[in-house]
Design a protein around this ligand. Structure first.
Ligand code: ZN
Length: 487
């Protein structure tokens, strides 16, 4: 039996904590078993990193931080909302709490793939004439004739089974209620205010990073950002990470009526592994968001070494006997053997210079990365969804492994050229991406400073003051509060 720490002061903060705990409990309830995405029956490195074991114990810390976009405007003297609260386990939702979340008269229908308003009306034995009357309203017609799977509709049915009311969400903040009486349909728009909260979520990896992080309220997309994007160059999540390593992440949460409806992208993150902290900050420039380290250097390398995952290097760069022609020839690239259909990724941000058939290379893509760098991908079975001249970003799937052209079996032939000269992509020193400088760097520091300070504050509180192995049965007497907490 575990016990919640008593909460600090005011009702608003209690509500914030309660909301996060409930959202985290819902996250956990929604977890699906991890399945291999690339090859059925074989786990990818990422699957191993995410794992399937449940973390037994996590420390949940939620603190409000000023919005990153707001940070620039905030006066340093202005009181800030701080909340540091701990819990040693997440309480399950009680049946009473769950029931309180659904309105008695409303029958909620979640639209499934292929379902239309017509088929939903039919399944509820509602007459099509009522539906047509509803669809005479322009807003209802726009919203209800093309519904995405997952859209939620509410039906309020009379005791005789006829439709009293239909409701749908026009946007995050507006709900529309249609009241049917006879041939008339009355429309009422209900405002539903949303609250945006910037929170720090911090915890230890435990037995599985994925489950610990989900349990604490990070979205699956947030976790992928950490493992597959920002820290993938510095941390091998397969072998470098241990149970006691920890993560602290700043995200924006959108709440409505006590419900977490959306978690935004990772704004800032510190991952402590191999005994040192690695940090990442999101910064938008020219409408494009990238992650940078604390010094304003892009975390993304300009080129990834292997444009294909989980493949075997089958032929190196240099002189060799040609496998088809049988003569000694210079091999101007490297070959990766992989099953037909394995996705091939753009090695770096680029413009598509060529997409088509190129003699013995078969289906070929050439990318121009600027500054004299080009890459070539040959023998593809088919192309990705790209056009000549289009800009692609690093990691975009540009095609699939095949054996078109002069080739003995499915593989990717990959070439790397600098100013027209072939280089060995496995040995060439790749150019560093440009760091932020001048006004952009100043703005970056102004935006990221407060987030980093808050992460440090949270980490100091929970990791410095907690006993190394908290006893799960121990009752926590009081939650430590940050020194400048003004409520
Ligand atoms: Zn080759």
């Amino acid at each position: 039996m575990t016990t919640l720490a008593p909460l600090p002061g005011d009702a608003h903060h209690q509500q914030v904590l309660q909301d996060n705990l409930q959202a985290a409990a819902r996250n956990k309830a929604q977890e699906q078993p991890v399945r291999s995405r690339l090859y059925p029956g074989r786990w990818t490195r990422r699957d191993w990193a995410h794992g399937s074991l449940f973390a037994t114990l996590g420390v949940l810390v939620v603190t409000l931080v000023p919005g990153l976009s707001q940070a620039m405007r905030d006066d340093a003297q202005q009181p800030q909302h701080d909340l540091v609260t701990m819990s040693l386990a997440l309480p399950p939702l009680t049946a009473a709490q769950r029931n309180a979340q659904t309105h008695d008269n409303w029958q909620l229908v979640t639209v499934e793939r292929g379902q239309t308003l017509g088929s939903i009306f039919a399944s509820l034995d509602l007459p099509a004439s009522t539906m047509h009357r509803i669809l005479e309203l322009p807003d209802a017609k726009a919203k209800l004739t093309r519904m995405r799977p997952g859209t939620e509709l509410g039906f309020d049915l009379a005791t005789d089974g006829s439709l009293n009311k239909l409701r749908y969400d026009r946007s995050d903040t507006e709900r529309v209620e249609l009241t049917v009486s006879g041939d008339a349909v009355a429309e009422q728009v209900i405002e539903r205010p949303v609250e945006i909260r910037n929170v720090v979520i911090s915890g230890k990896v435990g037995r599985s990073l994925f489950h610990s992080a989900r349990k604490m309220g990070l979205s699956g997309a947030n976790i992928n950002t950490l493992t597959d994007e920002v820290f993938k160059y510095d941390i091998d999540f397969n072998s470098d990470v241990t149970q006691n390593d920890r993560f602290s992440v700043v995200v924006e949460q959108v709440w409505r009526e006590g419900e977490l409806i959306r978690t935004g992208p990772v704004q800032a993150a510190v991952f402590t592994a191999k005994g040192k902290p690695f940090s990442a900050f999101r910064y938008e420039q020219d409408g494009k968001a990238e992650y940078y380290n604390a010094d304003g250097r892009p975390l993304k390398k300009s080129f990834i070494r292997m444009p294909i995952q989980y493949a075997r290097l089958s032929s190196r760069f240099g002189s060799r006997r040609h496998p088809v022609l049988g003569t000694m020839r210079m091999h101007k690239g490297v070959d990766y053997a992989a099953p037909t259909g394995t996705p091939i990724m753009a090695a770096g941000d680029a413009r598509v210079q060529f997409r088509g058939v190129q003699g013995g290379y078969g289906n070929t893509v050439v990318l121009d990365h600027g500054r004299g760098h080009t890459t070539l991908y040959a023998h593809m079975s088919r192309f990705g969804n790209i056009r000549q001249g289009q800009r692609v970003s690093q990691g975009t799937v540009i095609g699939y492994v095949g054996t078109t052209g002069l080739s003995t079996g499915p593989h990717l032939h990959y070439e790397f050229r600098v100013n027209g000269a072939h280089r060995n992509p496995l040995q060439h020193t790749m150019p560093e991406p440009d760091p932020l400088s001048g006004a952009a760097l100043a703005q970056f520091r102004q935006q990221t400073g407060p987030a980093l300070a808050r992460i440090r504050e949270v980490e100091n509180i929970i990791y410095a003051e907690l006993p190394a192995r908290p006893d799960p049965d121990r009752q926590v007497a009081g939650a430590p509060r940050s020194s400048n907490d003004r409520g």
